[in-house]
Design a protein around this ligand. Structure first.
Ligand SMILES: *[C@@H]1O[C@H](CO)[C@@H](O)[C@H](O)[C@H]1NC(C)=O
Ligand SMILES: *[C@@H]1O[C@H](CO)[C@@H](O)[C@H](O)[C@H]1NC(C)=O
Ligand SMILES: *[C@@H]1O[C@H](CO)[C@@H](O)[C@H](O)[C@H]1NC(C)=O
Ligand SMILES: *[C@@H]1O[C@H](CO)[C@@H](O)[C@H](O)[C@H]1NC(C)=O
Ligand SMILES: *[C@@H]1O[C@H](CO)[C@@H](O)[C@H](O)[C@H]1NC(C)=O
Ligand SMILES: *[C@@H]1O[C@H](CO)[C@@H](O)[C@H](O)[C@H]1NC(C)=O
Ligand SMILES: *[C@@H]1O[C@H](CO)[C@@H](O)[C@H](O)[C@H]1NC(C)=O
Ligand SMILES: *[C@@H]1O[C@H](CO)[C@@H](O)[C@H](O)[C@H]1NC(C)=O
Ligand SMILES: *[C@@H]1O[C@H](CO)[C@@H](O)[C@H](O)[C@H]1NC(C)=O
Ligand SMILES: *[C@@H]1O[C@H](CO)[C@@H](O)[C@H](O)[C@H]1NC(C)=O
Length: 875
């Protein structure tokens, strides 16, 4: 049969008539007019942060069904879908928002906007037809309302928040309570996708999580990373029969184990990284035939890597780093032909590197850092892996790597190479043909002699803009300092034997964030330009032979956090522009020839924690300049070995807020410096010896005013510095008595008041200093009885020498009234709880060790092993 167009029209006529009749009366708009004005009012209640925005096309008088992001029902004209993701919308989403009148909505997507300050209001529960709700990265925070459980038709729910929030516990995030969670999971029985990353789920327990097994037939994606889940994670969820994606990473307190049998789930993406999952990686993992990505790094897994893992031929990302896995790398590893990333960092894997690893054609990232792998490794074998971009073999002291002397191979795509601590003794020649090197770490090796010409050429003329990190520190390099590439951000060549000047060509590297030339034999002046680099946060030139002035032109708004110029021959006054370094945390100018008065103009630096002016030619009186809270965060104040005079700087001491509050929460123990490539270190005098602290604990608080010409009495306010660990006022001309308030320095570990003109009795209150390990009161004019008990039982004669009027233990001179010692000063075990053990440890193991152990004892009660050890040592 042959039907022409006319015939077709006649056939369809009844249908056209039906369509016309069902249209709304207004011919200009198909859209439901109530929905249309609701959308316009919604638009008008918001700002557009910047353009483009989907709402630009929303105009009164046009058909809203044609607007960007709007979907209507074909028949009724009701708005059923609203996708305003990435629309640059800004403002508050109030409960009276007209968006909540769009009761026919099946899809609502407000992701990636700027609704900061808005909370998730209960009106969302009115949109009972919703099947898809996405409020991720929208800035909406606060309690998830219980009404969300009215959304029984939900297929997907995405409430993910920003990653940043983890680092700032005060930043508002979304929060779900068990009541709401239980109702939601019980009512939304068709839920397929649930994304709650960064939502606070800390109140959701194991039984509530188990409800997810009710969704076993529907759930295909579950993502609960960084939600503060803790306790046991129900193993059943790892076995859900239709779930390909399960992401639980960054829940440090979430425990769990992998199913040991019957693990036949269709998982493709499994991420448990940075959780407390533990136990073995069971053989049953070999059943997860669909697995593409397995992220188990930084958990507590132990035992062997099961060989069944290498049956998973779809695997492309495998990260088992930072666990306690032992044994060899299975050599059937080449069965994983799709593998792109293989990270086995920091496991106790031993034996040799299997040759099969070089038969992974698609490998682009490989880390075997910090293992116990041993044997010889022919580096040219890596050239078989054509796409290799990232290679980390660092910190493998048992491995010996052979680099060919004749280079006939290249790794054309290599961008990041870490060969730190690999026993290397020359610059690997295979680097020469590399074009796109981004990061190179050859630190902690035995590379001797001057830097080869070809390497310097590459730095200047080929890696000049791409390279961001060069680390050559801790080698034995000699000759001139290499000139870094222009675009570099991290340049570290410390702890070598480099000589000559810092070349002015360094001034081209103005993107530097960290410059570490410490511990070399560099001479000449510091280039002035370094003070003007806008991103430079750590400048470490300590322990060289630099002379002349400190750069005088530190720019306003600079990024300096650490400036370490100690151990040089710098002179002249301090540049006043140092006060522009408002982010400064560490300023170490010790051991130079700087001649100036005390830089009180630094007292307004809010972040300054460490100020060391030790061993210079500073002079004059130290007094407060006038800031209301001078040096508010200072914790280490060292002005020893100068020519300061006048009375002790009580006006400052009384304001050292950083030393007043005791922060001995062990989980809060932190080191200074948050940069990956730079850790703050510091030389301090403890127990009369110079010691380098490789990292500075944020609880480390000391004052050292020794070897000056301070006079007058000890200010009582020192007693308020409750977190002070060390106080050295020796070699001054201080008079008067020790205030009783010194007994409040409960954290004090060393106290040196020697070589002054102090007199009177040693206050009994000092017996309260439970952590005191070193006491030096020698060469004063103290008199009377030396207190007895606790720490005082551990000090020797040296602590008191040159005080002819002192008597009692440990001095041979006994006191008449020795027997009448008042009872409160004898040692009460029950009273202090941890006292004598810390005493013994501090005494037996040396100061710093004692201090750290002392902390452990304090924090964890009385560990049995330690108690036994100490009792053994003492008996
Ligand atoms: C749209 O335009 C009509 C007619 O001009 C007006 O009555 C109505 O208030 C407008 N609606 C909005 C939301 O601006
Ligand atoms: C509405 O129309 C579109 C095409 O214009 C079609 O793809 C869709 O399936 C229709 N929806 C309904 C519910 O009829
Ligand atoms: C909606 O509520 C907010 C906050 O309560 C208020 O400031 C605003 O005026 C209200 N808007 C309307 C249209 O009522
Ligand atoms: C479950 O959903 C239905 C439909 O929206 C609703 O009427 C009911 O109140 C919900 N139950 C709970 C406990 O929220
Ligand atoms: C594993 O599955 C088999 C067969 O379905 C069953 O008999 C066995 O009890 C299961 N084992 C465990 C530990 O669940
Ligand atoms: C892994 O594959 C081998 C054969 O290649 C097979 O014998 C073994 O049972 C498999 N293991 C698992 C756990 O699937
Ligand atoms: C590797 O480590 C395992 C477990 O610690 C040990 O039993 C084995 O002897 C080690 N092998 C080698 C070659 O060191
Ligand atoms: C920087 O490197 C490019 C090639 O990567 C080269 O063309 C350019 O001349 C180099 N610049 C300098 C200053 O050497
Ligand atoms: C450092 O260089 C000076 C000469 O500039 C030299 O006298 C001194 O011995 C060198 N020091 C070291 C440790 O190499
Ligand atoms: C210790 O610090 C942790 C985390 O900062 C905090 O949760 C805990 O309450 C603190 N404990 C004490 C005793 O202050």
């Amino acid at each position: 049969m042959n039907i022409n167009n006319n015939n077709l029209c006649w056939l369809l006529l009844p249908y056209f008539i039906f369509l016309l009749l069902s249209l709304p009366p207004s011919s200009s708009s198909f859209c439901n007019h109530l929905d249309s004005s609701a959308l316009l009012l919604f638009k008008n209640s918001l700002n557009t942060y910047h353009f483009p925005s989907k709402t630009e096309s929303w105009k009164n008088g046009t058909d809203c069904c044609e607007w960007d992001g709007v979907t209507c029902d074909n028949i009724s004209g009701h708005v059923i879908g609203l996708d305003l993701s990435w629309s640059n919308l800004q403002g508050q989403l109030h409960p009276n928002s007209t968006i909540f009148s769009l009761r026919h909505l099946q899809q609502l997507n407000l992701a990636q906007n700027y609704f900061f300050g808005s909370s998730m209001c209960s009106e969302f529960g009115d949109l009972v037809n919703l099947m898809h709700l996405n409020l991720s990265y929208s800035g909406i925070t606060g309690h998830i309302p219980s009404t969300i459980s009215h959304l029984s038709k939900l297929l997907s729910l995405d409430l993910r928040g920003y990653d940043l929030i983890v680092s700032d516990p005060n930043y508002p995030r979304m929060r779900v309570d068990p009541y709401t969670w239980n109702k939601l999971i019980q009512n939304a029985t068709n839920l397929r996708e649930l994304y709650l990353d960064q939502v606070d789920m800390s109140s959701i327990g194991e039984s509530s999580l188990s409800l997810l097994t009710n969704l076993s037939s529907s759930l295909i994606s579950l993502s609960l990373s960084a939600t503060e889940l803790h306790g046991n994670f129900p193993t059943d969820i790892l076995c859900l029969p239709n779930l390909p994606q399960l992401l639980l990473y960054e829940n440090e307190k979430l425990r769990g184990e992998l199913p040991k049998s019957n693990w036949t789930a269709p998982l493709s993406y499994l991420a448990l990284a940075y959780t407390a999952f533990s136990g073995n990686i069971p053989d049953s993992i070999g059943h997860l035939k669909s697995l593409k990505s397995l992220a188990l790094q930084s958990c507590n897994f132990e035992g062997l890597i099961p060989s069944s893992l290498f049956n998973l031929t779809q695997l492309s990302d495998l990260d088992l780093s930072f666990n306690k896995l032992v044994g060899p790398i299975p050599s059937k590893i080449n069965k994983l032909s799709k593998l792109q990333f293989l990270y086995l960092t920091n496991n106790k894997l031993n034996a040799t590197i299997p040759n099969s690893i070089f038969e992974l054609p698609n490998l682009s990232g490989l880390s075997l850092a910090s293992t116990d792998l041993s044997g010889h490794l022919d580096f040219h074998l890596f050239s078989k892996i054509k796409y290799l971009g990232i290679l980390d073999l660092s910190d493998n002291s048992l491995l010996s790597i052979n680099f060919d002397s004749t280079v006939d191979y290249i790794l054309p795509n290599l961008q990041s190479l870490n060969l730190s601590s690999c026993n290397i003794n020359s610059f690997p020649k295979f680097l020469a043909p590399l074009q796109n090197l981004l990061q190179l770490d050859l630190s902690h090796n035995n590379i001797r002699g001057s830097i080869p010409q070809w390497f310097q050429e590459k730095l200047l003329h080929s890696w000049n803009y791409t390279t961001t990190l060069i680390d050559l520190s801790f080698n034995k390099l000699q000759g001139d300092l290499p000139i870094p590439p222009n675009g570099i951000r991290y340049f570290l060549v410390s702890n070598n034997e480099l000589t000559g000047n810092i070349p002015s060509a360094m001034c081209n590297a103005s993107n530097l964030q960290i410059l570490n030339l410490a511990h070399n034999n560099l001479t000449g002046q510091i280039p002035q330009c370094l003070g003007t680099f806008p991103y430079l946060s750590a400048l470490d030139l300590q322990m060289n032979n630099l002379y002349g002035n400190i750069p005088w032109n530190f720019s306003k708004g600079n990024a300096f956090e650490t400036i370490k110029l100690n151990g040089n021959q710098l002179d002249g006054p301090l540049p006043r522009s140092l006060a522009h370094c408002t982010n400064l945390e560490v300023l170490d100018l010790a051991d130079n020839n700087i001649e100036d008065t005390f830089p009180h103009w630094l007292e307004s630096l809010q972040e300054l924690q460490v100020l060391s002016l030790r061993s210079n030619k500073f002079h004059g009186v130290i007094t407060c300049f006038g800031a209301k809270h001078p040096f508010p965060r200072l914790r280490i104040f060292d002005v020893s070995n100068n020519n300061f005079s006048g009375s002790l700087p009580a006006s400052y001491i009384k304001n050292f807020q950083g030393m007043v509050s005791v922060n001995d929460n062990q989980t809060g123990l932190k080191y200074m410096g948050n940069q990956n490539f730079y850790k703050d270190s510091l030389v301090v005098v403890m127990k009369g010896q110079y010691m380098e602290l490789e990292r500075i604990l944020t609880i480390f608080t000391t004052i050292d005013l020794s070897n000056n010409m301070f006079e007058g009495e000890l200010p009582k306010v020192i007693g308020e510095l409750h977190s002070l660990k060390g106080l050295n006022l020796s070699h001054n001309a201080i008079t008067g008595t020790i205030p009783r308030s010194f007994g409040n320095l409960r954290n004090l570990e060393w106290l040196d008041l020697s070589w002054n003109q102090l007199k009177g009795e040693i206050p009994l209150a000092l017996i309260n200093l439970n952590f005191l390990a070193v006491l030096n009161l020698s060469q004063n004019q103290f008199e009377g009885i030396i207190p007895k008990g606790r720490q005082f039982n551990t000090f020797g004669n040296d602590s008191y020498g040159g005080n002819s009027m002192l008597c009692g233990f440990p001095l041979s001179k006994s006191c008449n009234k020795d027997e009448d010692w008042p009872p409160h000063s004898t040692f009460h075990h029950e009273e202090s709880g941890f006292g004598w053990k810390a005493v013994a440890v501090g005494y037996a193991c040396g100061l710093l060790f004692g201090m750290l152990l002392g902390y452990n004892v304090f924090m964890t009660g009385k560990p049995q092993w330690l108690a036994r050890l100490v009792e053994g040592v003492l008996n």
